[in-house]
Design a protein around this ligand. Structure first.
Ligand code: NA7
Length: 530
């Protein structure tokens, strides 16, 4: 008899909801969380300026109408501390703490075929057994620091944004370098510029960013919105991104140029990436349409940044807009008008070394007191690959995923019985409102487990043929778009040596949910229940 029905790895949005969902279904469950608090990515990424790029009304659980009504978000886009407060509120409100074990990292998990259970090892030396194992490790949790020669000799302090000191860092009067200009770099740089003596932004790839137009939420708006929250959530579930967006429904290439400019400007003024990119139907599938939107955005940089040479370096040209995660910021480009900010192009003059007092590039030397890595993550598969997971016959998950991560239906890797991956490779995950996709996955996994247990089955396995067919479908959909053209973390291009495979599912949240439901309704087609 296993210690637990369900063991959950991680206690971010996915792990917290999994504890609630399985416990409410009458199963014993325990989440093991490496952090000293819950929140996952929202726990670790506590750097200044950290903010969600999905609106708070969407980036919140929908499973409880009462929670939805009681909780009030203070801003349109929630800042990291507020997201963390929300998750702690949820854990308290639903009494989840007894089933969440903090400060405990899962280091290994092995399938015991004889007993049909997982044996889960944690870094406190304990071993637990569970009938089902659920990965809730998140898509962006395995952070990466580039290996720069001489970094160990640096006399100042260096930080990765995803392991930010919880007491904060005072950069007052310091010369600070930030490496990385993705979503994180773009959020943290203006915060540092506001206090540092000088900020050097080391840019390898110029990025697109739309304004947030973040603002406090008006209580009257909130009251009116909440009166119909249920039907809004339903629209979200059926939508493409997990957020209801109203586009024009027309291709840009069929629109008069002046009309395109008017539409884009209207959406630019309103703020937010999804409505902006979703204005026209062809922007993410047609190079020419994409270029119209890209040029509109370059014009906004040209008119914001006063030094034309700096503006020129900031113009993104390396990839189609949207093919990397679209950044959102109200103040990033204007920051370059400050006298204490310097942009350094490390594409043309790469970093060669770090020494005691600063950073060397092929062209210059920058004296620094502190260095900040906003260099991202070994995304989607990195966190799971760092755990020694052994499935049927002792096969390692990291071997099964050596040519790229794979699952059937975005949730179950073939060869790993009773292992479910929340927002796994092959699911909409990072191309959707994550909270909504997490809820959909957790509920689907719960129902699958209850179906198996209720019929006396000990195991749920994905057929290898079903996994092959699903991943072929994921690839086919992706290659009908412009997404694979960018060297992004979506394809693993940010991690040296990682196989270039596009694994998020671009078929849309609504159609994906319908597919998952159809598989369940057909008695879990593509799975073997043993
Ligand atoms: P990202 O989006 O992966 O951005 C990382 C940034 O760091 C990006 O500008 C990279 O340049 C740069 N980078 C990475 N490695 C290096 C090295 N070795 N040298 C120089 N520059 C480097 O991570 P974020 O944390 O900003 O955002 C991750 C997600 O979190 C985001 O998409 C949202 O969904 C939330 P590159 O573009 O690769 O040339």
């Amino acid at each position: 008899m296993a210690d637990l029905d369900v063991a959950v790895i991680g206690a971010g949005f996915a792990g917290v909801y999994a504890v609630h969902a399985f416990r409410s279904a009458g199963l014993t469950v325990r989440a093991f969380e490496a952090g000293s608090g819950i929140g996952g990515t929202w726990f670790w990424n506590c750097y200044p300026g950290a903010r969600c790029d999905v609106e708070s009304k969407d980036y919140s659980y929908s499973f409880s109408p009462e929670l939805e009504q009681d909780w009030s978000w203070s801003e349109r886009y929630p800042a990291q501390p507020e997201v963390l407060r929300y998750l702690n509120h949820v854990a308290g409100r639903f009494g989840l703490w007894p089933d969440i074990q903090l400060d405990t990292r899962v280091t290994a998990a092995a399938w015991d075929a004889r007993r049909s259970q997982w044996s889960v090892t944690t870094d406190d030396g304990q071993q637990r057994t569970a009938r089902f194992l659920i990965s809730a490790v998140g898509c962006l949790s395995a952070y990466q620091v580039p290996s720069l020669p001489g970094l160990e000799t640096f006399a100042g302090r260096w930080y990765h944004t995803s392991r930010w000191p919880r007491d904060g860092v005072d950069f007052t009067g310091q010369r600070v370098g930030v490496i990385g200009t993705g979503s994180t770099g773009i959020q943290i740089a203006p915060e540092i510029a506001a206090v540092a003596e000088h900020l050097y932004v080391f840019q390898r790839t110029a990025n697109f960013a739309v304004p947030n137009r973040n603002a406090p939420l008006d209580p009257d708006w909130e009251r009116a919105f909440k009166a119909d929250y249920r039907s809004y959530r339903k629209q979200a579930q059926e939508s493409f991104l997990g957020v209801p967006i109203t586009g024009t429904g027309r291709p840009a290439l069929a629109e008069p140029p002046a009309e395109i400019q008017r539409t884009l400007m209207e959406r630019w003024q309103a703020g937010g990436g999804m409505p902006f990119l979703g204005a026209y139907t062809d922007v993410l599938v047609d190079r020419a349409a994409n270029e119209i939107v890209a040029e509109f955005m370059r014009d906004r940089i040209r008119e914001t940044v006063t030094d034309p040479a700096v503006a020129g370096q900031l113009l993104p040209r390396a990839y189609p807009v949207g093919a990397k995660r679209l950044c959102q910021s109200d103040d990033y480009f204007a920051m370059f008008n400050r006298p204490n900010v310097t942009l350094a192009d490390i594409r043309s003059a790469p970093v060669t070394a770090v020494s005691a007092r600063g950073l060397h590039t092929a062209e210059s030397y920058y004296e620094l007191d502190a260095l900040v890595f906003a260099t991202g993550f070994d995304a989607i598969s990195g966190a799971l690959n760092r755990i020694d997971i052994r499935g049927a016959g002792g096969a390692a998950l990291s071997d099964a995923w050596a040519a790229g991560p794979r699952t059937y239906l975005g949730v179950v890797p073939a060869g790993f019985p009773n292992l479910f991956v929340v927002t796994g490779p092959g699911s909409p995950s990072v191309f959707s409102n994550m909270v909504l996709s997490i809820e959909q996955h957790v509920e689907w996994i719960r129902d699958c487990v209850l179906h198996a247990v209720g019929r006396g089955h000990a195991t749920v396995e994905a057929k290898p043929s079903a996994e092959d067919a699903w991943m072929a479908h994921v690839t086919e959909v992706a290659y009908a778009t412009l997404f694979p053209l960018a060297d992004s973390w979506y394809v693993g291009a940010n991690i040296p040596g990682k196989p270039r495979v596009f694994t998020p599912y671009l078929g849309g949240v609504g159609p994906y949910r319908a597919r998952c439901d159809a598989v369940a309704a057909a008695g879990y087609e593509g799975f073997v229940l043993g």
